[in-house]
Design a protein around this ligand. Structure first.
Ligand SMILES: Nc1nc2c(ncn2[C@@H]2O[C@H](COP(=O)(O)OP(=O)(O)OP(=O)(O)O)[C@@H](O)[C@H]2O)c(=O)[nH]1
Ligand SMILES: [Mg+2]
Length: 477
């Protein structure tokens, strides 16, 4: 074991020990909620917390349907170094006068929810407090995709990123960056301005890969697109060079400068995230915008596959960590969810789920994943549509109806954000394999709907209760 890995290990040991010590007195779950930008993390957490606080109808969540939940409330943060998830602000956005979806978030945040319940088993009735703390940690999926960098040298990373950027739709998007890249030599004298320019062009390339039409998923380093508080920091002013994976760089060269910055990024950004947050989670939900990828076509689906494989690889890393084994702290359950299922008619919900399940199983096989239970689910944390049938030319079409957001367009219609419309979103193929080959253009049609008007106590949802049961159900003995 190297000196640095001993230091790293003691870092997590400190956090792990604190968690372990509190875990002895009151059982606690650290639930990570992640997903790439716009996957639906903020909406999911807000809806989950709201549903648990208000004891919403969650038929599949057994402890609740058995009537064993006594009281649910929010508590102050246990960790002073993490911003609090702005639950009240997000809920205000969804329920206020001019209701709208919450703003995009760029930071890690946390919320503690406590559930008091009536213990059932003989052992629990006598020895447990009947109280479970759930620490929900929201963090960008882009940061998770950075974890493989801990095991790659700068030269290996560069070679793989450059090779990937020459394939498929990425090649066109990388044109400007490639032109600059061709003018750089790893053994030329180091030059700060060149490094900054390369990192800017590389970042614009990553951003264009993420645009709605192309919708590619696997785009590390995560902080380039999701800088959080590192915006403008020198830690982000590096980029790949066109080098061999085993190349060495002599001091004073551009290659050496880039390599040093890359290593700083790994030690000041990636490792603190891993040891400080990721390795302390024990349940995880990964939200995936499968519909956008399907809609963007074959390359986007392929990229999503790669991203899921990397994510599975990261969870494997977590499962095998020496310290997590020592403290029994490891991720033991992972749920992958295809979000925004309310954009499809219910006839396609199971199909969406099968597509994600197939992707996740493939990813698990490729990443040689083992050690945790995982499953896939199609859900909508807040259902913005209802079902409707429209008859067109004598044919009955299974549609969804809701209020499209102001400015959304279908055909010649531009919506003003106040009236309801019924839309035929299209069907997913019966066989998931067919969907993974890429759907033909225009076979799915989506618009953004406004969040629903909260009429009762709780939001309508699709299968949120199944997610709750999978993630928490076994912790109410
Ligand atoms: N119809 C529908 N739309 C949803 C649902 N969940 C999320 N959305 C849409 O997806 C958008 C992104 O959701 P967020 O919860 O903000 O996603 P996020 O992952 O937190 O995004 P970032 O904070 O930008 O990383 C929302 O603004 C909604 O338009 C859902 O259940 N149904
Ligand atoms: Mg968010």
């Amino acid at each position: 074991m190297t000196w640095t890995s001993i230091v790293d290990t003691s870092r997590i040991a400190a956090g792990g020990f604190a968690d372990f010590a509190t875990g002895l007195t009151s059982p606690q779950i650290r639930l990570g909620v992640t997903g790439l930008a716009r996957a639906g993390k903020t909406v999911f957490i807000t809806a989950l917390v709201h549903a648990l606080l208000r004891q919403a109808r969650l038929p599949v969540f057994e402890t609740q349907s058995e009537g064993r939940i006594l009281r649910t409330y929010l508590e102050p943060q246990p960790n002073d170094d993490l911003p609090r998830f702005a639950y009240e602000k997000h809920l205000d956005a969804l329920t206020g006068e001019n209701r709208h979806w919450p703003e995009s978030t760029r930071q890690i945040s946390q919320l503690r929810l406590t559930i008091e319940y009536a213990p059932e088993s003989f052992f629990a009735r006598n020895f447990s407090s009947g109280r479970l703390h759930i620490d929900i940690v929201d963090y960008p999926g882009e940061w998770l995709l950075d974890l493989p960098l801990m095991q790659q040298s700068y030269a290996q990373w560069s070679a793989s990123v450059v090779a990937q950027s020459r394939k498929g739709p990425r090649a066109e998007l990388a044109k400007d960056w490639h032109a600059h890249l061709a003018s750089l030599k790893a053994d030329e004298r180091q030059d700060e301005l060149q490094a900054v320019k390369a990192s800017q062009l590389f970042t614009s390339y990553l951003a264009s890969c993420r645009s709605r039409e192309v919708s590619l998923s696997s785009l590390p380093p995560g902080r380039f697109l999701m800088p959080g508080d590192l915006d403008g920091s020198p830690l982000l002013s590096f980029a790949p060079l066109d080098v061999m994976p085993d190349q060495n760089f002599s001091s004073g060269t551009l290659g050496a400068l880039m390599e040093r910055r890359y290593q700083s990024y790994v030690s000041h950004v990636v490792k603190p995230f891993y040891f400080g947050h990721f390795a302390r989670l024990n349940r995880q939900i990964v939200l995936v915008d499968v519909l956008s990828a399907l809609n963007a076509g074959f390359h986007a689906v392929n990229d999503l596959r790669d991203a899921l494989t990397d994510i599975m690889g990261s969870f494997r890393l977590g499962a095998n960590d020496m310290v997590s084994n020592l403290f029994g702290k490891r991720i033991d359950k992972v749920l992958f969810c295809a979000t925004k299922a309310d954009l499809l008619h219910h006839a396609s919900h199971d199909r969406l789920e099968s597509i994600l399940r197939l992707l996740v199983h493939e990813a698990a096989r490729k990443a040689e994943f083992s050690g945790a239970t995982f499953d896939a689910l199609a859900l909508s944390a807040i259902r913005a549509t209802r079902e409707a049938t429209v008859t067109r030319k004598g044919e009955e079409l299974p549609c969804i109806a809701g209020i499209p957001e102001k400015g959304e367009v279908i055909g010649k219609d531009i919506f003003e954000g106040e009236t309801e419309a019924a839309i035929f979103p299209g069907d997913l193929p019966v066989h998931p394999q067919a969907a993974l080959q890429g759907l033909s253009e225009g076979s799915l049609q989506f618009v953004k709907f406004r969040p629903p008007l909260l009429t009762g106590e709780t939001f309508p949802h699709i299968r949120l209760d199944r997610a709750v049961e999978f993630l928490l159900g076994d912790r109410f003995p």
